[in-house]
Design a binder for this molecule. Sequence first.
Ligand SMILES: [Fe+2]
Ligand SMILES: [Fe+2]
Length: 283
Amino acid sequence: MKKIIHFSDVHIGYEGMYERFRAVINHLAMIKQPAGNYVVLITGDIVDEASDQSYDLAKECLDKLTGHKYHVLIVPGNHDYGSGNCADKKWVTKFKKCFFGDQNISYPKLDIIDEMAFIGLDSMAKELGTVDRLLANGELGTVQLKKLDDILNTKKRKDCQKTIIYLHHHPMDPIPLHELKDAKKLAAILSKYVRKDDKKKGIDAVLFGHLHLGKKSNGWCDIQRVYDAGATTMKDGSPGFHRVIDLDLPPVYDYDADCHGEYASVTRLPLLKTFLELLGSRK
Ligand SMILES: [Fe+2]
Ligand SMILES: [Fe+2]
């Protein structure tokens, strides 16, 4: 069974993030081999602001990952469809064409890899209307939620050893103007598939980003792994690690790899300097 490397909120196009992500990919390719043992899962905000140029840079990075033979899965975030606070539906088709090579793909997007069912959701699906497109909320919508329930109920999905749900918006800890509006409806569906009944295979992980908190909320809906990946490129000092998840083992064995290399020391040095200056001022 493949291990999962969870990336999120890369924000390519924001100053320095492209360079950091390239460094992360280089370090990942050095330390996580053979690449075919891993699925790299990116839970949205791959770019900081939708534009042809930022899409091209992000695609170049994803091609580098696939060139190293990692299997890559991605879902869109609010920044992928606009500025982050204002989305434009014209980017939906462009995103699909650029990152999936197919403008007709739809969500939930089911990929079965080595008997693992990966189900990607678009939490921007209902955030593209005249008013909804403003601000940074997410909403899956009733149509997508119904399809999710249908997919979870299929024999094909239940025959899989593991099921992973991934989306951009944080489904708990609502922060005003950033919340997933239909989080309770999502929770109601996922709760139906708790692994109490042998006839129903449960949900093994829910993975997301958006708030850049890097927090674990394991136990939500009785699901063992519920992870916010932080911001892989540490945008504006956000927690940025590279969580490695092995669903063959209990969650305590998951760990946060550090693929930042020199960038980690660049970002930490000012804190050390400030600390030393504070010590100096006390003398
Ligand atoms: Fe973000
Ligand atoms: Fe976001």
